[in-house]
Design a protein around this ligand. Structure first.
Ligand code: FAD
Length: 498
């Protein structure tokens, strides 16, 4: 069987790249290990409740519009993005509640009620965040940043980016603290560092502006998060692309150091002069390409990356609406607590108390995801792959009990009596379901040593005809960065194979 391109994985990076290739006349095949599209941005039905497996919301949706635009299509014809407002509800350990709405000025008033001084600082923070998105972030999101040359070019083309470079040097914590004084306000914006699966002390400073970028609008797709990859897959198939589900790629086949196809676990081989990998870069190089096929510098380089922090997800089907105020709720955690999760718990293989996580109430925005009158809550937390408490398969039940207990005791959330369905996807489940090694759902550890020019290259330097898209590439994890990575990979391929 011959294809111009084979893409390994239907994550957002893989699908976005495949769709652009198909639009440009490449005979393209996407091979997917599971029975559905989307990887971490997918939705699974259990007992009548449609649970999102990972991602719970999308922001900076203009990147999605850019993708559909490049495919000659309109986002709204394929995906119905429902606005989410307020962005977050907060519950403090002493029972106070407040929300951050999308409106920047209204959020300023809420912040001013916590600290008058920080209400003013929010204006400055929002101004810098807005300018960074328009002048810098927007320019790099869908452009190659995988080499020092790309980075210098991006800055040379957009000199106004220079003033934001300090946020690549500062960490998340010092960036946040340089704007805000009140512990309450800092606490309300510190969860975002874990959106990169890093503590505030290790996360790059520019990530702190996520607390602003959400105010450009956040959305939930009607039908669950899978609606985004389903929409991209529909355009891809309309452009003649094929997807094989339940098809796991075992090997990338090489001839004289050049890609010549892939071999599936069931023995089928597909010939192709180029392969796009949407899987974890370490797994790709060390197992699927095979480290014996790599030059020694590449072996050493790829081994040096750490995997990202795993994220257990608790999924609850409830027979009544939860006592919450927003699609997303953050049980309050301080900056110090967020750092301790990493340095005291994670690095010592302990599962932290739930205070660190995010609660996502998807049926608040799309009630059709559950039976009439019923609701869905996802609780996204952070934990090690091998907890000292025991193997994940044996501690699932006690883990669930403990997390529900913490929510009830510390945040007054009584959920237990309303639980109809409860599932926990542990790091081991992520490894089993999506083949994320050690449950590393964000690919590699997304710190500065793995970003931009320091990340594995989109166009492989070690294997000719091999390209990478998805969370292991230069912009790291997240819906929009991975879609952007797919566009970057496709552009390089179109240039190389013109
Ligand atoms: C719990 C959680 C919450 C998140 N919340 C958000 C959020 O709210 N907003 C946001 O923007 N981002 C969020 N993210 C991150 C975002 O979902 C991911 O970064 C993004 O979807 C990853 O896309 P990807 O292209 O890297 O592919 P992945 O999603 O990693 O998909 C890779 C695909 O490859 C397949 N595969 C693996 N190995 C093989 C093989 N050998 N052969 C064939 N197929 C294979 C897998 O089955 C999978 O479908 C969250 C992630 C998680 C896990």
């Amino acid at each position: 069987m011959d294809y111009d391109a084979v893409v390994v994985g239907t994550g957002l990076g893989g699908l976005s790249c495949a769709a652009i290739l198909a639009e440009n006349g490449f005979k393209t095949l996407v091979c997917e290990h599971t029975d559905r599209v989307g990887g971490c941005c997918s939705t699974y039905e259990y007992e009548g409740y449609r649970f999102d497996i990972g991602a719970s919301v999308v922001e900076l949706a203009w990147v999605i519009d850019e993708l559909f635009g490049r495919l000659g299509a309109k986002t709204s014809d394929y995906v119905d993005l429902l606005p989410v407002d307020p962005i977050y509800g907060f519950i403090t350990a002493d029972g106070r509640r407040f929300c951050y709405p999308v409106d920047v000025e209204e959020t300023g008033k809420v912040i001013a009620s916590l600290s008058a001084k920080d209400g003013k600082s929010w204006e400055k923070f929002a101004e810098v965040g807005s300018e960074a998105i328009r002048k810098a972030h927007g320019k790099v999101m869908t452009k190659p940043m995988g080499s020092v040359r790309d980075m210098i070019k991006a800055v040379a083309d957009h000199p106004s980016m220079v003033k934001f470079l300090k946020y690549f040097v500062l960490n998340f914590e010092s960036t946040l603290c340089s704007f805000f004084r009140s512990d309450d306000v800092r606490a309300s914006m510190c969860l975002q560092s874990y959106f990169l699966r890093l503590p505030p002390a290790l996360c790059p400073g520019y990530v702190a502006f996520l607390a602003y970028s959400e105010h450009e609008g956040i959305f939930y797709p009607r039908g669950g998060m899978i609606a985004i990859p389903l929409g991209i897959a529909r355009v891809y198939e309309e452009r003649g692309g094929s997807i094989w589900f339940n098809s796991t790629v075992k090997r990338v086949l090489l001839r004289s150091g050049q890609v010549c196809g892939v071999e599936m676990t069931d023995g089928i081989t597909v010939r192709s002069r180029l392969v796009v990998s949407n899987i974890n870069a370490k797994t790709l190089y060390l197992e699927v390409v095979g480290e014996e096929n790599l030059p020694s510098w590449a072996r050493r380089a790829i081994r040096s990356y750490e995997g990202s922090m795993p994220s257990p997800v608790i999924m609850l089907g409830l027979d009544a609406p939860p006592d919450l105020d927003a699609h997303h709720t953050v049980p309050y955690s301080t900056l110090d607590f967020m750092n301790r999760i990493w340095f005291e718990d994670y690095l010592n293989d302990r599962t932290p108390a739930f205070g660190a996580g995010l609660i996502s109430w998807s049926t608040r925005t799309d009630p059709t995801l559950a039976p009439v009158g019923h609701h869905i809550l996802n609780m996204i937390a952070f934990a090690p792959y091998r907890p000292a408490e025991g193997d994940w398969d044996s501690i699932k039940e006690p883990y669930l009990e403990r997390q529900l207990g913490v929510l009830e005791k510390h945040f007054g959330l009584r959920l237990k009596d309303h639980v109809v369905v409860a599932r926990v996807n542990t790091p081991k489940d992520f490894e089993r379901i999506l083949r994320h090694p050690r449950g590393a759902v964000y690919g590699l550890q997304n710190d500065i040593t793995c970003a931009a020019a320091f990340s594995p290259s989109v166009r492989s330097r070690a294997v000719k005809g091999l390209y990478l898209a998805g969370a292991s590439t230069d912009l790291g994890g997240g819906i929009v960065p991975t879609i952007g990575s797919g566009m970057v990979a496709a552009d390089l391929i179109l240039r190389d194979f013109a």
